[in-house]
Design a protein around this ligand. Structure first.
Ligand code: AQP
Length: 335
């Protein structure tokens, strides 16, 4: 079972990234043959960014992933921009990608509407690069949050279309792996929107590296509802705030939402749910924050990990790209 996923080097990662992606990465590293995790700096340049900050952010994200439990000996951890095969395959895959499909992607619509100066072609082609990331390794499984479902479907279409046009079984059609609970962590202040790096509120976003006090404050102020008398139950449409807090507590405690609800039977109000959520989230994230500081201080060590990961990634990617080039008739014939 080959596993692949990518994560953006955009600022500090939030609880949605942690639950939807990072925890799944840690779980997958011993199932994967291998599990390949990529910090996608080439994706980060599709929206305005500071070049001087990008490398710093890559190191922030690398340290966060390792602090969360990724072991570079048990998985392949690398920076996308170090493995040029991603960019080449992305270009080749544009020949089997319909521009109409790219135009319809929700992420493109949302992010292009948010751009003030330039809607880059890179933003439109983002899902093609994402498809190349995964297909380059013939990955079977892609751990992601719910928001990536649409991009995964597109990726599957691209792989199928490529195989139909250039030869069966050249690319593997991957499956997504979306968590059953916590697939879409919501903003604490606006629980009908997903917790997000760019689209959410600071007060409604819990960062993996937040101090316990900050987490408590944000959770205490989380928006719930005015149901009278109050009930602690899952109802994503009618009670999105309460549902989000139940799910977060469940994920952080490693139990089911029903068990969380049962444990709060004698609750006197939503305050007790918030207290339980804050405690569970703090307990889950505290060890990550503690390990992070030490790891982040060793920049040379982090760079060495990424370089070693890139070496391993290139060795896996080259034969697949060679097969694609051969099938498409691109470049000199393989000997
Ligand atoms: N709210 C979320 N709940 C569950 N999973 C989530 N993911 C993102 N938000 C949630 C998952 O995190 C992984 C990494 O996403 P990314 O590489 O896109 O990183 P990001 O830019 O920091 O993520 P955001 O917050 O999604 O950015 P915006 O909203 O600005 O585009 C993915 O697997 C994603 O599903």
């Amino acid at each position: 079972m080959r596993i692949f996923s990518g994560i953006q080097p955009t600022g500090t990662k939030h609880l949605g990234n942690y639950v939807g992606a990072i925890r799944q990465y840690v779980e997958g590293q011993d199932r994967g043959d291998p599990a390949i995790y990529c910090i996608v700096d080439l994706h980060a340049v599709t929206v305005p960014y500071e070049p001087a900050q990008l490398r710093e952010r890559v190191l922030d994200t690398t340290a966060t992933l390792i602090a969360a439990g990724l072991d570079p000996e048990r998985c392949v951890l690398f920076r996308q921009g170090d493995v040029t095969e991603h960019a080449e395959l992305s270009w080749l895959l544009t020949s089997v990608t319909a521009v109409g499909e790219l135009n319809r992607m929700h992420q493109f619509r949302d992010k292009s509407a948010a751009q003030r100066e330039l809607v880059s072609a890179g933003l439109l082609f983002y899902p093609v690069l994402q498809a190349a990331d995964v297909l380059l390794y013939r990955a079977d499984e892609v751990p992601v949050g719910e928001d990536q479902r649409e991009h995964l479907e597109l990726m599957r279409d691209v792989a199928r279309r490529f195989n139909a046009r250039f030869g069966e079984d050249i690319l593997v059609v991957p499956e997504h792996r979306i968590p059953t609970v916590g697939a879409r962590i919501m903003d604490l202040q606006e629980p009908t929107r997903k917790m997000s790096t760019t689209g959410g509120s600071v007060e409604g976003t819990v960062y993996v590296l937040d101090e316990p006090k900050a987490i408590e404050k944000k959770v205490r102020r989380a928006v719930t509802d005015a149901e009278d008398p109050f009930t602690i139950r899952r109802d994503p449409k009618g009670k999105p705030g309460v549902t989000n807090l139940i799910d977060l507590t469940a994920v952080a405690r490693g139990v089911s939402p029903d068990e969380v609800i049962a444990s709060l039977e004698g609750a006197r109000g939503y305050g007790d749910l918030k207290l339980a959520a804050a405690e569970a989230i703090t307990t889950m994230l505290a060890p990550v924050r503690e390990r992070y500081a030490e790891l982040r201080a060793d920049e040379a060590g982090l760079e060495a990990i990424l370089e070693a990961g890139a070496e391993r990634a290139r060795a896996l990617a080259r034969p697949v790209l060679a097969d694609v080039r051969e099938a498409m008739g691109v470049g000199a014939r393989a000997r």
